[in-house]
Write a protein that binds this ligand. Structure first.
Ligand SMILES: *Cc1c(COP(=O)(O)O)cnc(C)c1O
Length: 462
């Protein structure tokens, strides 16, 4: 293996991306009101805004696209997908949905109840929203090491705090807790993995208290790779064996196929309980489509059936996780403050350490995203005072989040390490000029503060 550690694929089809000048980028970002969500994608050289739905498909998947069966009911492509999911995850009942959040919605309708607490490591926004609409209160119980932008080398910063979980159940009573969800990897704190030990322990507590346990499996393959590399007893096991064991501890899962499914759209919800499946099917029928397509076209079901297998291939995962680690290592060498260890799908830069001179009220993370785009045509995303601030409804006072981060998300099988070098050099250049940098002023927020980052407008502070 020593000599073979480059990308485990060669390139058959290419998609040109445009280089641009700093003057052009300054003009574009100004017209986009200093919000990278408002740019045209063609103006971006290297796009690191998300890893969701941005994967490159393989020649096999494209062949599957041609074979897709578009029958309304009983599509062959559905059965192929169901077979893949049964084989890799071990759940017998599989309902496709148009994307992950639709599976979240169905899960919330199945389990959430008024006034109940839904416990998780770190809940993902789309489920949180659905749970809250259904009247439940989502609670995050991630371990302390996973909470802050420190460089504690804990190998599984996505773990749930088992003591806190037990205490919470004791204090509130299991009848007040309709559901526990473990998100793998933990998206909210940087794609940090959850250990098998932790999932097993949570599952035992859940069973003892008769609380169902669901897995949010968007990045399950990356999580299984971390288990293989970092947890005792898993070195000799295949990713598929690890995945099967992991899912065996849960009652079901929800999946955004746009991540480890290696497709551009899609999702599903699974259960091992026959008695729950009719309700899942009917919620799908009214919101998604008939049970054998659930909002996806036959060709997309086919590409996903193949992509799930490619996503658990070890050579692929090694390349994938190593590329993210490479980006992190190179940035660290240049002195850029990042969250360590790097997780599965991107590098998170600590914008407060990067720009200690810019207060959160002047959006240091957003300022970094803007300057990185101007410098290298690289589009990152702010996860800080623009995305996560809250408002005190009585006083109108803004409450800033603890963390001020910028995420450089790595798409799957899309960019080479030479592209990563461009990102490193551009951000290192921004870092060298950090003392001259000024913050931004928010000029437009939109009606919902928790969604403002998608449409916000800014002006530079001079
Ligand atoms: C992306 C994501 C979702 C939502 O999936 P969509 O396909 O974007 O609707 C849910 N949970 C996690 C952990 C995710 O990363």
């Amino acid at each position: 293996m020593k000599f073979l550690d480059a990308e485990p694929f060669r390139i058959k089809v290419i998609e040109p991306i445009k280089k641009s000048t700093r003057a052009e980028r300054e003009d574009w970002i100004k017209k986009a009101n200093f919000n990278v969500f408002r740019l045209e994608a063609e103006q971006v050289y290297i796009d690191m805004i998300t890893d969701s739905g941005t994967s490159a498909m393989s020649s096999n998947q494209w062949a599957g696209i041609m074979k897709g069966d578009e029958s309304y009911a009983g599509s062959k492509s559905f059965f192929n997908l169901r077979d893949s999911v049964q084989d890799i995850m071990g759940f017998p009942y599989v309902q496709p949905t148009h994307q992950g959040r639709a599976a979240d919605f169905i899960m919330s309708q199945l389990y959430a109840k008024k006034g109940g607490y839904i416990l998780g490591n770190l809940h993902f926004d789309s489920f949180k929203g659905h749970a809250e609409i259904a009247g439940s209160i989502p609670i995050d119980l991630i371990i302390e090491e996973g909470r802050t932008a420190n460089s504690n080398p804990h190998p599984f910063k996505g773990n749930m705090d088992v003591k806190k979980l037990e205490n919470f159940i004791k204090q509130n009573g299991s009848e007040q807790i309709p559901l526990i969800i473990i998100t793998i990897t933990s998206n909210g704190n940087g794609g940090q993995p959850v250990s098998m030990n932790n999932i097993r322990a949570v599952s035992e507590i859940a069973k003892a208290n008769k609380i169902p346990l669901m897995i949010d499996a968007a990045r399950f393959a990356e999580n299984c790779y971390f288990i293989k590399k970092r947890e005792e007893g898993y070195k000799a096991k295949s990713i598929k064996e690890i995945a099967l064991e992991l899912f065996s501890y849960a009652d079901g899962c929800v999946m955004s196929s746009k991540k480890d499914g290696l497709v551009n759209m899609g999702g599903f919800i699974c259960t091992r309980h026959e008695e729950l499946f009719p309700a899942i099917n009917q919620l799908a029928i009214i919101n998604e489509g008939f049970v054998t397509y659930g909002g996806m076209s036959g060709r997309d079901l086919e590409a996903l059936a193949i992509g799930l297998y490619e996503g658990v291939e070890e050579d692929y995962l090694e390349y994938r996780i190593n590329q993210v680690a490479y980006l992190g290592e190179q940035l660290s060498k240049k002195g850029v403050p990042i969250i360590l260890p790097t997780g599965g799908h991107g590098v998170y830069v600590d914008a407060q350490k990067f720009y200690p001179n810019i207060p959160q009220s002047e959006f240091p993370g957003q300022a970094m995203v803007v300057e990185l785009f101007k410098t290298g045509g690289v589009r990152g995303v702010e996860l800080g005072s623009c995305a996560f601030s809250k408002k005190n409804l009585e006083t109108g006072e803004i409450i800033f989040p603890d963390l001020e981060l910028v995420r450089l998300t790595v798409s799957r099988r899309v960019y080479t390490n030479r592209h990563m070098d461009v990102v490193v050099n551009a951000l290192a250049d921004v870092f060298e000029r950090r003392n001259e940098m000024k913050g931004l002023k928010l000029t437009y927020e939109g009606p919902i503060i928790s969604l403002r980052h998608f449409t916000a407008k800014f002006e530079p502070i001079h």
